[in-house]
Design a protein around this ligand. Sequence first.
Ligand code: SAH
Length: 395
Amino acid sequence: MINYPKVVLKKDKENSIKRFHPWIFSGAVARVDEGLEEGDLVSVYSNDDEFLAVGHIAIGSIVVRILSFEPVEINKDFWVERLASACRVRREIALLGIENNNVCRLVHGEGDSLPGLIVDFYAGTAVIQAHSVGMYLHRAEIAEALKEVLGDELIAVYDKSEGTIPFKSGIEPTNGYLLGEIKDFTAIENGLKFKVDWLEGQKTGFFIDQRENRSLLERYSKGRSVLNMFCYTGGFSFYAMRGGANLVHSVDSSARAIEVTNENVELNFPGDKRHEAFATDAFKYLDDSDQKYDLIVLDPPAFAKHKKVLSNALKGYKRLNLKGFQAIKKGGIMFTFSCSQAVSKEDFRKAVFVAAANAGRRVRILHQLNQPADHPVNIFHPEGDYLKGLVLYVE
Ligand code: SAH
């Protein structure tokens, strides 16, 4: 029986953990062993001294993130087993080790029973982001275990936790390679090429979670004029071009993202004049332009990072979608998204519904979209279901 320092729950607070929810909130904790520091491994016990789980302790409202509901030691074998399981799933769903796609999410936190850890795979480089100090402290072991699981498929591991470790923890991580280094490579998604800059780019360098939604957009692009709002490095734009769009406008407030968008379009469609990109604020672009489009993508950053700012976020979605409806032609199609975990599917749909009503447009929902299979949701942790999208037919 493994003996990490103890976290003991209050009486009758073990129900959610017995249903495999991977978080313990501060309100459920009766006492914690002395001398514990953020990121330490702990064993969790009920008030009646029943073993419940092993996890990482943290400061904040989530006090423990559970790694195992068994009394196991968290050592290299543990990481190898969990990472092998995550990689096996990606192979089984044909996202890893296939020719026209060398990019996928290998580890999606709670969805892969590794709360606090994200690993994205880009053509031989695993980019890892620790969202908890516990995961950060294990980064070297995680990198080694990834190498053991992936063998020659893995050339480098880059740690990009600088912006994701909770700043209150007092740890000041610096980004850097934990293993190897790749300078020159081409990422390929569904046969389309693109540049990924994990050193300077947002998140791990690319928004892998929109892969299938981009594919769907390709199917609707033929002969349409497309506006890709919040385009980042142009993902939806190059799919629209392959789908036969007759014009594609990409908009993002980041000048660097627009530069990369242009490079990515050039990589796939050299010299193609159908595409133009604009580095400007999305709201300003929609206000200043009276151009109308056949297909509009609205994929803004998370407007609500916590529940507290929910009502402002919903106002933001209403305002943005209203502007989207005003810029769309009769018979147009809108792909509209929210990646805020704090905004439920129902809340988002309601915000879009209000926008449609205010715009006075008749709207059908054609598709209800979510995150792809390499961003799995742990059935015991519904909070992991974060990406929602609607494809609308607008009259
Ligand atoms: N659709 C993209 C991902 C979008 S991420 C893809 O498929 O890869 C959100 C993007 O919104 C980021 O690139 C960010 O730079 C941009 N952004 C944030 N605020 C913005 C604003 N007010 N106007 C325009 N772009 C904005």
